[in-house]
Design a protein around this ligand. Structure first.
Ligand SMILES: Nc1nc2c(ncn2[C@@H]2O[C@H](COP(=O)(O)OP(=O)(O)OP(=O)(O)O)[C@@H](O)[C@H]2O)c(=O)[nH]1
Ligand SMILES: [Mg+2]
Length: 449
């Protein structure tokens, strides 16, 4: 069951703690009445200066109150925002007073849910609101904003409308064979198939863009991992020494590069004969880091490495890391054998010959990392796991639709295929979505959004 959307709801919409401004948001039929009681004045549409009074006329704050009259508000209902001083104690007290006056606490994401239920936005847009709030990467935001503004939804709606036309044509042909217009059905199938794959080729499900983007530095003891970590961060964060096994635990730090924010992680080196208990724990932690990594920098010492060992370890890393991992083999310490910096591609591994100590070849590495992002086309759409699963089902059904048409036209099969396609396109937009699924999606939002 979804919560009662007839209630008037209230929440603090700014983060907890002390702040210059704290915003309390109210939505529903009673907002005007409650706000007038709270401020002892008549609230007009737009900005109102107001004082806030609680029980027995205690004057506790001054601020502004903005009234958005339905349907021209975020939720599509009457909505009021109080912009007050950002003191948790005051804000909590005022929220309790608002509840005493007839509102209830908003559930997570309930303001956005109401916006969705009142057809202000569709589900793809609602999910983009949450993605934008939680985005960990500046570069991601312009892609998310595009979905939030409805461009992605427009493309999906367009295919959905064509799918309805196709469905109508197929059903009319099944019912009255004299209506059978194979040419028209074929044109429509080709049209929606192409439109779908145009979009499918633009979608990216990628933690590179969505999540905290983790770059993990791995390798045997003493190869120069901590030296690289410090060099990239431009500070001596990790201890460097010529004693093998200097780094025992992993160390992480924020790493800013151009428009991107990463988490850079230095790890304990592997050792072929792990006999120390702490070292074993270090390696266990390293394996955890490999699983969460988006880029792995596997560092080797060019004077000591064996290609057999490298091959074995790289294979192992690939096995336990994410499928879309970007893997580098950094062949360090070229200064010791006097060779030039260079870069080569070997299957899906990029090899870079460099010297961390002498700062040679680091530019090659940074250029490669930058490329991973800059290669993403401007017209890409970033999607989440829910969308990705639906897109893959759609892909299979579009293939079936096309095959069922070209093999030997069976109208009943085509009708079945298009029914699934319409159902999945609708799921993307949140049309006729089961309330439990909605609750599940919106429960990951924060309170007050
Ligand atoms: N000649 C040379 N020495 C380097 C280079 N990079 C690092 N070193 C040296 O290699 C030694 C080990 O460096 P670290 O950065 O501590 O290596 P590590 O991989 O973190 O080692 P552990 O934490 O023990 O696993 C230090 O003496 C570094 O100065 C390089 O490019 N050339
Ligand atoms: Mg180290």
């Amino acid at each position: 069951m979804l919560y009662d959307i007839a209630d008037t709801i209230v929440a603090i919409s700014t983060p907890r703690g002390s702040g210059a401004i704290g915003i309390i948001r109210l939505s529903g039929d009673k907002v005007l009445l409650i706000s007038s009681m709270l401020s002892k004045k008549k609230i007009k549409i737009g900005i109102n200066y107001c004082s806030i009074f609680i029980k027995n006329d205690i004057h506790i704050d001054d601020g502004i109150c903005i009234f958005f009259k339905k349907p021209r508000s975020y939720t599509g209902e009457d909505l009021i925002e109080f912009h007050l001083h950002g003191n948790d104690l005051n804000l909590d007290t005022i929220v309790n007073e608002i509840i005493r006056l007839g509102a209830r606490f908003a559930e997570c994401g309930e303001f956005t849910l109401r916006s969705f239920l009142n057809n202000k936005i569709d589900l793809l847009q609602a999910e983009s609101v949450n993605a934008l709030i939680n985005s960990k990467n500046f570069y991601t935001n312009k892609f998310i904003l595009k979905s939030l503004r409805g461009y992605f939804s427009e493309e999906i709606k367009n295919i959905l409308n064509d799918s309805f036309s196709l469905q109508k044509n197929i059903e009319a042909s099944i019912e009255f064979l004299e209506n059978l217009d194979l040419k028209k059905i074929e044109i429509l199938i080709i049209k929606i198939y192409k439109k779908f794959f145009d979009i499918y080729n633009k979608i990216i499900i990628n933690d590179i863009l969505y999540d905290d983007f983790k770059i993990v530095i791995l390798g045997n003891v003493n190869v120069g991992k901590s030296s690289l970590f410090n060099l990239l961060l431009s500070k001596n964060r990790s201890i460097v020494s010529d004693i093998p096994g200097t780094t025992r635990d992993y160390i992480d730090s924020e790493f800013f590069f151009k428009d991107f924010k990463f988490t850079l992680i230095d790890t304990a080196g592997f050792n072929n004969n792990v006999n120390d208990k702490i070292e074993r724990i270090g390696i266990k932690n390293t394996i955890k880091q490999i699983r969460n990594a988006s880029i792995i920098l596997y560092v080797t010492d060019i004077t000591k490495e064996s290609s057999e060992n490298n091959f074995r370890i790289l294979k192992l890393i690939k096995k336990i890391s994410k499928s879309n991992i970007k893997l580098f083999n950094l062949k360090n310490k070229i200064d010791l054998i006097n060779i030039e910096k260079c870069i080569t591609e070997k299957k899906d591994i990029t090899e870079i010959y460099l010297s961390v100590k002498n700062k040679i070849g680091i530019d090659l590495l940074l250029d490669e990392i930058y490329k991973i992002f800059s290669e993403i086309k401007e017209d890409a759409y970033i999607i989440n796991k829910r969308h990705y699963d639906i897109f893959n089902k759609l892909k299979a059904n579009f293939e079936l639709l096309k095959n069922n048409y070209s093999d030997n036209i069976n109208l009943d099969l085509l009708a079945e295929d298009i029914k699934y396609i319409i159902s999945d396109l609708s799921k993307l937009l949140g049309i006729n979505t089961n309330r439990d699924i909605l609750k599940d999606i919106f429960s990951s939002f924060c309170i007050g959004k």
